[in-house]
Design a binder for this molecule. Structure first.
Ligand code: GLN
Length: 501
């Protein structure tokens, strides 16, 4: 592999700024590596060679002409395939959207284009972001670059694998119940879900709107900070967008990287997210890092959030309810494929039914049926109403413990990467991967996963940091501290040894 591709986005940005490399060279190196590795790990569903190289050439020309550019100008980026860019195939890894070309740009895409980052392509995912392994992609799973017999996490396994395998330095994911953080944990990458509303959802194809949030997938905390600053900020096109300035994340991260400590930091270990059901060496790695935080001067206390025990149950009622409503728009009339019934009259209803039957996979159907049921007149109060009450209790738990501590910490996922096929036939086992990530989505608070060493089999472990709403800066500070205290594992990924021609 070219040395260039092992560099972080911010190192590459410096090399571009000083004229050591051009964006065309860098983008071509990424495209070559994608060409060589994608047949093996299936991280990309679509690669836009011409578009990416055209952006790169344009940025190079503007730089040569002395134009003042964004710090990340010229750095290649990949987008999860549920974010729209005009004219670029977008499927959400579903057959129902095959062949659809979006007629507009998501707000994050507008910002990326304005800043001049070449978009190299769209990454694989579980269909409509439903899953924890990418095994629910209609176009085949993505393979984990750490061990190709294992899952790369989900739903954003494609973005995480692409970054872990050095195909691209930056990617964006979406996190409804953990789809940025859990893939981050099992691929040794950094993944963050900002405070709800901090990054515009306009042009993110909705899964569950009250939970969805776009965030960065990178190899370092500083890169995640820089990318979030680029895509974040108020957007009048998203009614849930926060009208407040983008926090100075890069600055916070730089200060902590230098000091290697945080004055007066109070860390809460969540009792409910560190006990039964967690793999032994995941807990051991977690406890080691907590000890290191203590040695670095943090005050560490155990806190209890009893309602977190019901978070998974509440999520699997609220999320399908929103899914059933959001996915009603895929009706064979407006987007993607249209399938006519093989028998009976061709009516609007029969075309919709035939299209949805052929276009959606099993997991998507399961959630639409579940969501429709919990919203139905006779069951609404018992299921959806109760789940919303639990959501409030979870928010109360967060509010109470954040009076005592600045951040909460836990393992990101209960286990390291599992093998393909292990959980695909058991939806409950698959859903349990999200026990630690879901509470943050239900409360809208920011949370991120940073690499936390390797387990006894050499697989990456993730460390989760959760902060109060609007305290993304504090979360990034602690993430940087954890990164500074931990070994750098990225280079240990076997994919580092895979050669492109
Ligand atoms: N794995 C979770 C689910 O299947 C989370 C998905 C996500 O965050 N998009 O719902």
């Amino acid at each position: 592999m070219k040395d260039l591709l092992t560099k972080t986005a911010l190192e590459l940005a410096d090399m571009l700024a000083s004229g050591q490399i051009t964006s065309v060279e860098l983008t071509q190196a990424c495209l070559d590596r994608i060409d060589a590795l994608n047949p093996k790990i299936n991280a990309f569903l679509h690669v836009d060679r011409e578009g990416a190289l055209a952006t790169a050439a344009d940025v190079d020309a503007r730089r040569a002409a002395g134009e003042k550019l964004h710090r990340l100008a010229g750095i290649p980026i990949a987008l999860k395939d549920n974010m729209v860019a005009r004219g670029m195939p977008t499927t959400c890894a579903s057959k129902i959207l095959e062949g659809w070309l979006p007629p507009y740009d998501a707000t994050i895409v507008v910002k990326i284009k304005e800043a001049g980052l070449p978009i190299v392509g769209k990454t694989n995912m579980d269909e409509f972001a439903m899953g924890s392994s990418t095994e629910h992609s209609a176009f085949g799973p993505t393979l984990n670059p750490w061990d190709v017999e294992r899952i790369p996490g989900g739903s954003g396994g494609g973005s995480a694998a692409a970054v872990a395998a050095f195909m691209v330095p930056l990617a964006l994911g979406s996190d409804t119940g953990g789809s940025i953080r859990q893939p981050g944990a099992v691929t040794g990458t950094v993944g963050a879900k900002p405070t709800y509303g901090a990054v515009s959802r306009y042009g993110l194809i909705a899964m569950a709107s009250s939970l969805d949030q776009i965030g960065p997938v990178t190899r370092t905390v500083a890169d995640a900070a820089a990318l979030t600053e680029l895509v974040g900020g108020f957007d009048p096109l998203d009614s849930t967008s926060l009208n407040e300035p983008v926090p100075a994340l890069t600055q916070s991260v730089t200060e902590v990287a230098q000091a290697k400590s945080i004055e007066g930091l109070r860390v809460g270990v969540v009792k409910q997210l560190t006990g039964d059901g967690y793999q032994d060496d995941v807990l051991a790695a977690f406890n080691d890092t907590v000890d290191q935080l203590r040695e670095a001067g943090a005050e560490v206390v155990e806190v209890s959030c009893p309602s977190f025990d019901y978070a998974l149950a509440a999520y699997y009622l609220i999320m399908p309810a929103e899914v059933s409503s959001n996915l009603a728009r895929f009706d064979g009339m407006r987007y993607g494929i249209r399938v006519e019934p093989t028998e009976g009259p061709v009516t609007a209803a029969s075309v919709m039914a035939a299209t949805r039957e052929a276009g959606f996979g099993d997991e998507v159907k399961r959630r639409i049926i579940l969501g429709t049921h919990v919203l139905s007149a006779g069951y609404f109060d018992a299921y959806y109403g109760s789940a919303q009450k639990v959501r409030t209790l979870i928010q109360d738990d967060f509010a109470r413990v954040f009076e005592q501590v600045d951040v909460l910490v836990s393992p990101t996922a209960p286990t390291t990467a599992f093998k393909f096929g292990d959980k695909i036939d058991d939806p409950m086992a698959m859903y349990l991967n999200d026990v630690a990530t879901i509470p943050a989505n239900l409360a809208g608070v920011p949370a991120m996963s940073v690499p936390n060493g390797l387990d006894s089999q050499g697989l990456p472990v993730g460390f989760q940091i959760i902060a109060p709403a609007h305290a993304d800066q504090k979360m990034y500070e602690v993430a940087q501290l954890v990164e500074s205290l931990s070994d750098d594992i990225a280079g240990a990924c076997p994919a580092a040894q895979w050669e492109e021609k």
